[in-house]
Design a protein around this ligand. Structure first.
Ligand SMILES: O=P(O)(O)O[C@@H]1C[C@H](O)[C@@H](CO)O1
Length: 295
């Protein structure tokens, strides 16, 4: 039974058609910019920008550091679409709406999704300003049925019961690691587990300890739903967290995290993140089946 609050394939189609009528070349790579990381979009050429408010069925951004624009353009010779700002469940959006852009991207022809975010570190060896390639995630809300795939399943996007064992593409992860090392960032690059929580509050000490014991290396308030939906509809996914703070796991530790400092670290590190994502885009070779579909 279709609830009026569930997503509709036809709405995604309408949005995709609206965009396709207005852009030069359909994108093959989509990049989502996390808090304060939108500068990445400025490196594209031949750009065409839409404010989210213009786009049919799109939600709007309500968080500082998420400017609310969809930018189409060319990066390293590849047609890309960049979200300057994403949607979070704490903004009040249902998860199907948080992830609506991913399904629209699928209909536009996107094959690879790159998600970035700002995250707090739960791992002793990570410092503020480091980068973590996401090996896997713990979708805390998803484990308790707050899952973007909840509700009627539309087989045109993917199966009812998708496997998530290989959500974060192994080849993209190892290439990104190689690139980071080649660029001289060996000391600041890590690979680890991202845990999504609902937010908007930052974690209590007891929660931080709990998440660390569960096996999380970093914690944030996004990304997992987007990755789940992308995997569900057959995209290759790459995830990258910028560590903007250490999460206090002891009452004696001073935890001064706030959104302003998160944005500040984003600004300071945007060039490193940009460099890595740009080189990764350059390295992508589309698989044979993708090439046939794109031809
Ligand atoms: O969109 P992301 O996940 O980068 O944003 C993080 C989580 C919160 O939205 C915000 C907290 O400062 O940054």
């Amino acid at each position: 039974m279709q609830n009026k609050d569930d997503f509709r394939y036809e709405d995604c189609e309408e949005t995709a058609r609206w965009l396709l009528d207005r852009v030069q070349s359909p994108p093959v790579i989509a990049i989502i910019c996390g808090s304060g990381l939108g500068l990445l979009a400025d490196t594209l050429t031949d750009i065409k920008t839409f404010d989210y408010v213009q786009i049919p069925h799109f939600p709007t951004s309500t968080v500082a550091g998420h400017s609310g624009q969809l930018v189409f353009g060319i990066l390293q010779g590849k047609s890309c679409v960049v979200m300057k700002g994403r949607f979070h469940v704490y903004e009040g959006y249902p998860l199907w709406k948080v992830t609506l852009p991913i399904r629209v991207f699928k209909l536009l022809g996107v094959k690879v999704l790159m998600v970035t975010n700002a995250a707090g570190s739960l791992c002793e060896t990570y410092s503020t300003g480091d980068l973590m390639i996401i090996r896997d995630h713990i979708n805390m809300p998803g484990l308790a049925a707050l899952n973007p795939l909840r509700g009627p399943n539309d087989e045109r996007f993917g199966p009812r019961f998708p496997s998530l064992w290989d959500t974060y593409d192994k080849d993209l992860r190892s290439t990104a690691l190689e690139i980071a090392r080649r660029l001289g960032h060996t000391d600041l690059i890590h690979e680890g587990v991202y845990c999504m929580v609902g937010g908007p509050n930052f974690e209590s000490v007891a929660e931080a300890r709990f998440l660390q014991r569960l096996g999380a290396d970093a914690v944030g308030m996004s990304t997992a739903p987007e990755a789940v939906v992308a995997k569900h509809c057959g995209m290759r996914v790459f995830g990258l967290s910028l560590i903007t703070n250490r999460v206090a796991q002891a009452y004696e530790m001073v935890d001064s995290v706030d959104h302003t400092s998160v944005l500040e670290v984003g600004k300071q590190r945007s060039n490193v993140l940009q460099e890595l994502v740009t080189e990764l885009v350059k390295s992508i070779n589309f698989k044979e089946e993708d090439k046939q579909e794109l031809a």
